[in-house]
Ligand binder design. Sequence first.
Ligand SMILES: Cc1ncc(COP(=O)(O)O)c(C=O)c1O
Length: 420
Amino acid sequence: MEAAVTQVQPVAELDVSRIQGDFPILRRRINDSRLVYLDSASSAQKPASVIDAMSRYYETTHANIHRGAYTLAEEATALYEAARARLARFIGAPSPSGVVFTKNVTEAINLVAYAWGRANLHEGDVVVLSELEHHANLVPWLMLKEERGIELRFLRLAEDFTLDLSELERLVDGAKLVAVSAMSNVLGTIIPVRVIGEAAHAAGALFLVDGAQLVPHVATDVRAIDCDFLGVTGHKMLGPTGIGALWARPEILEAMPAFLGGGEMIRDVRLDGWLPNEVPWKFEAGTMPIAEAVGLTAAIDYLEGLGMDAVRRHEMALTRYALDHLRDRYGDGITIFGPDDVALRGGVISFAYKGIHPHDLSQVLDQRGVCIRAGHHCAKPLMRCLGVAATARASLYVYNDEADVDALVDALSTADDLFL
Ligand SMILES: Cc1ncc(COP(=O)(O)O)c(C=O)c1O
């Protein structure tokens, strides 16, 4: 199917050349070419402001938090708690006390499965997921299925790469939890979480949203989504690795038993027992990622400086440009797995190219400095639905522009000489 290159709105919402200047890594050359980084769905690059904030913290302020009564420790604690308040505001949470820091979204979902799940889910209880989930929102529930005999039900993928919601009411009937990703890390599909959440609540279930892919790219408000749990991961939103968060309604956190034990998650410990700390600290055992929290604050400052609406508009326009140019150049030679309408998707573009293995494609593109992901993207059940073992995946972010897409489109053709 040959698609004409449609007139795209100029990708001018963001000053991308200025933004590129903010990311030191983009000055690197890879195999004698400029670095074209198209793997932000896996992990985003970091602006100098994030790197500097973390270095400055270590150079001037580091001490352990919540323990010392000296200036440094108080300052470090204030920075850490400021990051919690900053993230709460960024996701529209009414209060910072609903934000529990974790090391990533995987840990956030596991925290729900261990603490809430083991207290509330018993044999025969139903959890509803979807077929397009990342393993992070599958394996913890499969573990509970093995351990407790819970029942898992799945929303299915529709032909147009959206979720088939025709069975939604039947599937959520009697469920205790509905847990879905807000944006597919393979298809780019934006999931109508508000609709799914309403159905979940109408059925008396709690609603968990995996925000790993949505939160970095689309303004997210937990009150508007009306979810009970939201998982976030810092490294995909320009922040450092090693920090993520679980937001949950504070009353749910209050009722949840603690997860990991030790450190400052206690109010008192005796040799014959212990009392948990207040939320959210009840769930933060051991020394937490303090410098990473400082970096996360800087990342949120950076994204808010750009404006999340502008980020979204930029990515919609650039995704349109990429879909059109890939199809215009390669026609039937390329299969794109994901919705065509950019209003329904983010800038994650999974594709198959002329039968060439995605790993081979990735290596060929690397020779031109173009970084894409190849593999199952930690979504093996979805790969089975698509009938493939792996896809190539290019993903866009604020520092990408048309020249990056052009570099991808041009570099793909170099695979022909080697593999066809
Ligand atoms: C939708 C989705 N959920 C969860 C994850 C896991 O993220 P992390 O490795 O930061 O925990 C990812 C990462 O790719 C993802 O795309």
